[in-house]
Design a protein around this ligand. Structure first.
Ligand code: ADP
Ligand code: RBF
Ligand code: MG
Length: 428
């Protein structure tokens, strides 16, 4: 890995470092050195989406209804009232969005502490606080202070890592929520840094605008997949945005910060923070029928609901781990390289093509298929973001085969081998 001292980046820096995980896609040609990092909370540090869905299920159950895939797809990512209206419409319910929202809020209050970290958030925050050069870290959230306390009550890192915290109900912020820049201006002032030397992490369009209006740079990790938030920005503002599909793809070197030191074979193993391991259990479903025929690489597509349960909707990437087919081949564990995302290479402008989760089991099943079988995938690391930038189908196939080789090498490590014994792979 590249180790670059921030001292090299004093005033204006030129950075051409190629990071093996991000492939240098975040190279910034010119910007002032970064002295502070400011995080948004919901959807950026914490994955609150799944929690909200679970509570929505219970609210609906009490109304004698239940959440369907269609209703979920139409409501996810929307502001709460809009989301409830979409759910009501999709299910044909006799209820008001205001009432269901109030009911869900009352229950969510008791469950905020169940929210898990967004993929890569725990690792990134640990890394930033461990920088040798002093780097300030702040939080600017729309969450009221009392709710923040609940959300981080079992997250000791989030309780102590921020040197300044600005909340949505602070006296000078109330009524001036994002996209108003007040919260970012306030946190910069509390940290005594210039906004131009502050890097904000945001997942929402309103937060992106607020950060830019304040004069900060923004790493935009959208919670709503395939959104077009940048289109509403001026050309000058767009210069200060770096879009990435997941925090796992963030390259600190591109911002003059120290490189991560935890990569193995250019990948990010999750084993250092065991709570980052992703456990997907679902059913093998039919895909586009492209894997074996067009690519010569069969992939056992997992049903989308199973993936939505454990991974934020907009998170994508190429990962590795162990997989099993507990009902069919109990006791056998397979190495797998998997792609989670929209297969941009094939998309060719078709927005209806949905997100897929496709484990390629690195084993020859002799032409057999196992549609309908239960599949368990223990995701242990991140290889790279998915890409649509391949010059040909052969180039994509070569890259996928390389992903498979990397997977085999990394999984041979002791800590990775130990996960073969994980209970999760044995079935329900
Ligand atoms: P689809 O688009 O329907 O997923 P694929 O050609 O990608 O079509 O895969 C078809 C099926 O092949 C998988 O769902 C699975 O049942 C089977 N299969 C056979 N060998 C493998 C393997 N090594 N890895 C993943 N799936 C495999
Ligand atoms: N599709 C892409 O469009 N871009 C990718 O970067 C990409 N990487 C993949 C990596 C692995 C390990 C696997 C198994 C698949 C990948 N695919 C990618 C998905 C591929 O498009 C998909 O399996 C086929 O479309 C068959 O459904
Ligand atoms: Mg497939």
């Amino acid at each position: 890995m590249l180790a670059v001292s921030p001292a090299l980046y004093r005033e204006n820096f030129v950075c051409r470092a190629i990071d093996p995980v991000t492939h240098g896609s975040q190279t910034k040609l010119s910007m002032p050195s970064i002295e502070a990092i400011v995080f948004d909370l919901d959807g950026t540090c914490l994955s609150t989406e799944q929690l909200i869905v679970d509570v929505a299920r219970r609210v609906l159950q009490r109304k004698g209804s239940s959440l369907t895939k269609e209703a979920l797809e139409q409501s996810i990512g929307k502001p709460p009232l809009d989301a409830w209206q979409s759910t009501i419409d999709a299910l044909g319910l006799e209820a008001s969005a205001e009432d269901l929202y109030a009911e869900s809020e009352a229950e969510l209050t008791e469950h905020w502490h169940d929210a898990s970290y967004m993929p890569g958030a725990l690792r990134l925050i640990h890394h930033l606080r461990g920088q040798t050069a002093s780097l300030k870290i702040g939080l600017a959230t729309s969450t009221p202070r009392a709710v923040l306390a609940k959300k981080i009550q079992n997250k000791p890192l989030l309780q102590r890592v921020f040197q300044a915290v600005v909340c949505g109900d602070d006296d000078d912020i109330r009524g001036r929520g994002k996209p108003h820049p007040a919260c970012f201006l306030k946190v910069c002032s509390l940290l005594s840094v210039e906004p131009s030397r502050t890097l904000v992490f945001e997942d929402a369009p309103s937060g992106l605008v607020a950060a830019l209006e304040a004069g900060c740079h923004c790493v935009y990790v959208p919670s709503i997949a395939n959104d077009s938030a940048e289109e509403a920005l001026s050309e000058a503002m767009r210069q200060r945005v770096t879009r990435i599909p997941t925090l796992l793809a963030f390259d600190p070197v591109a911002f003059g910060l120290e490189a991560f030191r935890d990569t193995v074979e250019g990948t990010i193993p999750f084993v250092e923070h065991p709570e980052s391991v992703i456990r997907i259990r679902g059913t093998v479903v039919k895909g586009f029928g492209r894997g074996s025929s067009e690519l010569g690489i069969p992939t056992a597509n997992v049903d989308t609901m199973a993936v939505a349960r454990v991974l934020p909707g907009a998170t994508t990437g190429i990962f590795y781990g162990w997989a099993s087919l507990p009902g069919k081949y109990p006791g056998t564990v397979y190495a797998t390289a998997l792609s989670i995302g929209w297969n941009p290479f094939f998309k060719s402008g078709d927005d209806d093509v949905g997100k897929t989760c496709e484990p390629w089991l690195l084993h020859d099943f002799g032409g057999e298929d196992f549609y309908g079988a239960e599949i368990a995938v223990l995701v242990l690391g991140f290889i790279r973001p998915e890409s649509g930038e391949f010059s040909s189908l052969e180039a994509l196939v070569d890259r996928i085969k390389e992903d498979g080789e990397v997977t085999k090498r990394v999984l041979a490590g002791e800590a990775m081998m130990a996960f073969r014994e994980d209970e999760f792979l044995r079935g329900r």
